[in-house]
Ligand binder design. Structure first.
Ligand SMILES: Cc1cc2nc3c(=O)[nH]c(=O)nc-3n(C[C@H](O)[C@H](O)[C@H](O)COP(=O)(O)OP(=O)(O)OC[C@H]3O[C@@H](n4cnc5c(N)ncnc54)[C@H](O)[C@@H]3O)c2cc1C
Length: 427
């Protein structure tokens, strides 16, 4: 009797949404894969941002496994009343068309929002504790004929047949795949974005802003920044922010203080929110995204999620794109029979996911310019603006993800035939 084939070793580095979603899929379905996840931090902290996962992200979670989707729904809170249709309402808050609703993004019944920490907690609970090592920060990667050698900052190392880097926007994996001097390796802040952000209890928020804004997600547009808020943690906290394009950073890179007076000609609700954010901007950060990478893999190493295609947060689709990556990798790994096939699988992942995820990076940049009234005269024509948002949202949210998975699998199978043509292990 033939000996059972040895398991294929997969290391996932980075336990954010991308890495954990992939791990949950591998754990549930792929007993032929011996996987382990390495995460740099010792525990997850709330970074003050709320997420709304759009339809494509929900579909991707369903493809990975119903329990992944359930982890999201169990930990998310309703934005409104049950069965009430909710969306992110994009509203012109300054200028002659002030008050015009130009987009309803992610419109759905029973729409939810979730804090990143709550989503990570839900996903981590799907995975056996002994398959995750916290406090393991990837330092460097080497490949040889034996596979991949992964070295961590604490001096330890691991050998694997395949490494998936899900290590976020400042990715070590990306540096390895593209090279440290590649122009697209490091994230950039081309448009000088500063995201001022605060997190307050809902009781506190109610003292300063209209009750309506404690239940929905508005994005209030204008030329000196767009202003938004999102209820979190079952409506007990409010995350609110002002995103400023072209911020005047000091020579040391520090952002100027947020001046609420700059919004004096904005609509009243936007002014209230700007004042609320200006009270405590300690949860603020400087945004950046990735220029297009020429590839998402090298040899037996691939990158996924924000490490491959970090985008500005303005289209609200970065996590959803990470989940699409996880769905495609999860599907390809179902067919992986031997370490010799890893490169063909990663190539299929790259060819399938790179064009779409990079188009979303471009869309998010454009959203930022449109929000800041900096995309020509678009802000003067609400009808054209509505068309722009409708077309972009259709691209991001309404994708056929079954087809995306199947296309990836076809590419994998073709690559196996043409690359190897040969041994049974490779086919
Ligand atoms: C303000 C804001 C709002 C957003 N809103 C939305 C939204 O509404 N909808 C949406 O779909 N997306 C949204 N996004 C985008 C979304 O948050 C990201 O795209 C998503 O979290 C990316 O997940 P990730 O797992 O790829 O990366 P990350 O979440 O960054 O996770 C990377 C993980 O890798 C770990 N790590 C880093 N370096 C190393 C290392 N060297 N070794 C080991 N581990 C390492 C980190 O500790 C981290 O846990 C928003 C983003 C922001 C900033």
């Amino acid at each position: 009797m033939a000996a059972p084939s040895p398991k294929i070793k997969v290391a996932i580095v980075g336990g954010g949404i991308a890495g954990l979603a992939l791990a949950a899929g591998l754990h549930r379905k792929h007993k032929h894969i011996d996987w382990h996840l390495y995460e740099a931090v010792s525990e997850y902290k709330d970074v003050g941002a709320g997420l709304a996962i759009h339809l494509n992200g929900i579909k991707a979670m369903t493809l990975i496994g119903p329990e992944v989707r359930q982890a999201y729904f169990d930990n998310a809170s309703d934005m409104g009343e049950e069965d009430q249709e909710m969306s992110t309402e994009v509203i012109l808050a300054q200028g002659p068309s002030m008050g015009e609703l130009v987009a309803e993004l992610g419109k759905a019944k029973g729409r939810k929002s979730i804090s990143r920490a709550d989503l990570l907690q839900g996903l981590v609970e799907l995975i056996p504790r002994d398959r995750i090592s916290f406090d393991k920060r990837l330092k460097s990667i080497e490949e040889d004929s034996e596979g991949v050698l992964v070295q961590f900052q604490d001096g330890t190392e691991a050998r694997t047949d395949c490494l998936i880097g899900a290590d976020g926007v400042h990715s070590v994996t990306r540096r390895y795949i593209l090279g440290p001097d590649h122009p697209a390796t490091e994230p950039k802040n081309h448009d000088g974005w500063q995201l001022y952000r605060t997190m307050v209890s809902m009781d506190d928020a109610r003292k300063h802003i209209d009750e309506r804004w404690t239940k929905i997600v508005p994005i209030l547009l204008g030329p000196r920044g767009h202003i938004n808020c999102m209820p979190l943690n079952n409506g007990t906290r409010l995350s609110a922010g002002v995103a400023v394009r072209g911020a005047k950073f000091t020579e040391t890179g520090a952002a100027p203080d947020l001046d609420p007076e700059l919004y004096a000609d904005y609509r009243e609700d936007a002014r209230q929110l700007a004042k609320l954010v200006a009270k405590d901007t300690s949860a603020s950060w400087t945004a950046a995204d990735h220029d297009h990478a020429s590839t998402y893999f090298r040899g037996h190493v691939a990158m996924m999620g924000d490490s491959a295609h970090a985008s500005l947060p303005f289209a609200g689709n970065g996590a959803a794109q990470s989940l699409e990556d996880a769905a495609v990798l999860d599907h390809l790994f179902s067919r992986l029979n031997s370490p010799q096939q890893v490169e063909a699988a990663l190539s299929a992942f790259d060819l399938t996911r790179r064009p779409r995820s990079q188009a979303v990076v471009d869309i998010a940049r454009k959203y930022g310019r449109v929000y800041a009234y900096a995309e020509g005269d678009l802000h003067k024509d609400p009808i054209k603006m509505k068309k722009f948002f409708a077309e972009s949202a259709a691209f991001t949210n309404n994708a056929d993800l079954d087809k995306q998975n199947n296309d990836a699998m076809k590419l994998f199978e073709e690559a196996l035939k043409t690359r190897h043509g040969g041994s049974a292990a490779e086919r």
